[in-house]
Design a binder for this molecule. Structure first.
Ligand code: SF4
Length: 113
């Protein structure tokens, strides 16, 4: 096999490998996005949720207990929220496998940049 043939087959291999890697990466992301709405909702009674003071409605936050809470804070504008604008529920990086209410809040809220 000549050097040109070797280079050509190496290029073909790299193209196929790159395509396969891209497809695998896409497959890993798509199901998570597609299933975000299907995740069970995080219950405020869940021990992890309770520990962070999670509520389904940011207007119901105990302001005396969580003085850092602002009326405009909610899950939809938190950097840990994994939904897109308009999603009623979506995953949260702090509560894997659960969906949080876009209108909810917890004490780990961090405003999106
Ligand atoms: Fe909502 Fe952010 Fe708390 Fe997750 S970390 S529950 S998105 S406020």
């Amino acid at each position: 096999m000549s050097n040109d043939q070797n280079n050509a087959s190496r290029r073909r291999f790299l193209k196929v490998a790159a395509g396969a890697a891209g497809a695998a990466a896409l497959a890993a992301v798509l199901p998570r996005t597609a299933n975000a709405q299907a995740l069970p909702h995080l219950a405020p009674t869940d021990p992890a949720a309770k520990a962070l003071g999670y509520v389904e409605d940011t207007t119901k936050v105990d302001q005396a207990k969580y003085a850092n809470h602002k009326a405009t804070d909610n899950c939809a504008n938190c950097k840990f929220f994994q939904g897109k604008p308009g999603d009623a529920y979506a995953g949260c990086q702090l509560f894997p496998g659960k969906a949080v209410n876009a209108k909810g809040w917890c004490s780990a809220h961090a405003a999106k940049a």
